[in-house]
Design a protein around this ligand. Structure first.
Ligand SMILES: *Cc1c(COP(=O)(O)O)cnc(C)c1O
Length: 371
């Protein structure tokens, strides 16, 4: 028999209260924003908010006007960084509809992050429903045009006012939306990357969780890479400072002359990217041999020099696929490929984008139609 403490309300399908924005952005202003949305600086009119408390579980599910949130200055997130987030996109499809790409994968990863940060899990159906409700409410904020999308940012913060160090007893889940343009206008240029002496994630740490704290720690290494004239920062493993892990907030792929692909294996210090996972599947569909394994920076340098390695690219939701052209570190620099996107990089990117845009069949059932 359940005790009262265990008899939590079933919140697997929350009803959302809808509060329309009293003064939404005018069509004129919105169209101006959508003509050049940039990335992450403009936001739609509404947001999703759901609260969690020990006794109530998830409650107060609201689709309401986007605006500041009140927090007690002692809210745990402000002191001990108990925060996790996700990033996914809604796309305009070829036939004028709207679709999400693998939102249930984001929901599952969100809960994996929640477990690592000692936060409550949100039922996957509620996560996907929250994103759906926001996109439909703000569908006019979805930019048209090649490479454009509505970027969605679900996140969760610890709101309990308490300065002791333990998991908080109150949380807020929010989703906001930001129109995003094409990351690279025409054909991604190959980036120059800096091998950082800093590390992003240690064994047993939070590298596999999508938490803000990982990003806070990456700001100095990233700024250092920029200051040295590079576009991105390469993180090696923390224990041996030898194995290639991630490029900023993106996963890496290596393409060899014999047609095989390699991506660093998910060792617990690498964020399991959904783009990474999707490209694994698409490469296998194409009959390419893909390995998940360790790859050292020394091997990378040798393989680039011998011509065995022909293409390198990074991948993630924001930029989809970014070719890597030049690798620099304290011990010098070397080049990969011809300085632009290689053939395999380009083909995999086109295949992925075509599925996301509804221009190609979706054999893995990745798309969720919203309209
Ligand atoms: C989000 C993220 C990625 C990419 O994940 P996607 O699901 O493909 O967007 C890669 N590395 C880090 C550190 C990330 O936070």
């Amino acid at each position: 028999m359940l005790t009262t403490a265990e008899a939590k309300p079933d919140t697997s399908h929350l009803g959302f209260t809808s509060v329309p924005h009293p003064a939404p952005t005018s069509a004129e202003v919105r169209e101006k924003v959508l003509a050049a949305p940039g990335f992450g600086t403009n936001f739609s009119d509404h947001m999703i908010s759901i609260d969690w408390a020990e006794d109530l579980g998830w409650h107060n599910a609201t689709l309401g006007p986007r605006g500041p949130i009140a927090l007690d200055p002692a809210a745990a997130v402000l002191h001990y960084a108990q925060e996790i987030f996700e990033g996914l996109k809604a796309y305009k499809t070829e036939d004028g509809g709207i679709a999400l790409f693998r939102p249930e994968a984001n929901a599952a990863r969100f809960n994996a992050s929640a477990r690592r940060l000692a936060m409550p899990e949100l039922p996957e159906a509620v996560f996907v429903d929250a994103v759906r409700q926001l996109v439909l409410a703000d569908r006019d904020w979805l930019p048209g045009g090649e490479g454009a999308s509505l970027y969605l940012r679900p996140f969760m913060i610890a709101t309990e006012a308490f300065l002791g160090v333990r998991p908080a007893k109150a949380y807020k889940f929010l989703v906001i939306a930001s129109p995003a343009g094409n990351y690279f206008k025409s054909g991604a240029p190959a980036v120059s990357i800096w091998i950082s002496d800093y590390t992003r994630a240690a064994p047993g740490g939070t590298g596999a969780a999508k938490c803000g704290g990982n990003y806070a720690a990456s700001l100095v290494p990233t700024a250092e890479a920029f200051a040295r004239g590079h576009d991105q920062v390469l993180f090696l493993d923390a224990a041996e400072h030898k194995w290639v892990e991630e490029l900023g907030g993106m996963n890496l792929y290596f393409v060899f002359a014999d047609g095989t692909l390699l991506t660093p294996a998910l060792t617990g210090t690498i964020l399991p990217g959904i783009t990474r996972d999707s490209l694994l599947a698409l490469a296998r569909d194409e009959g390419l041999a893909v390995r998940e394994d360790r790859y050292s920076i020394d091997q990378w340098r040798d393989d680039a020099a011998s011509g065995r390695l022909v293409e390198v690219f990074a991948c993630g939701t924001a930029a989809v696929v970014t070719p890597v052209g030049k690798v620099c570190g304290a011990e010098g620099e070397f080049l990969v490929g011809a300085g632009g996107p290689g053939q395999v990089t380009q083909r995999l990117k086109e295949r992925l984008v075509a599925i996301q845009r509804g221009q190609a069949p979706d054999p893995h059932g990745w798309m969720t139609r919203l309209a």
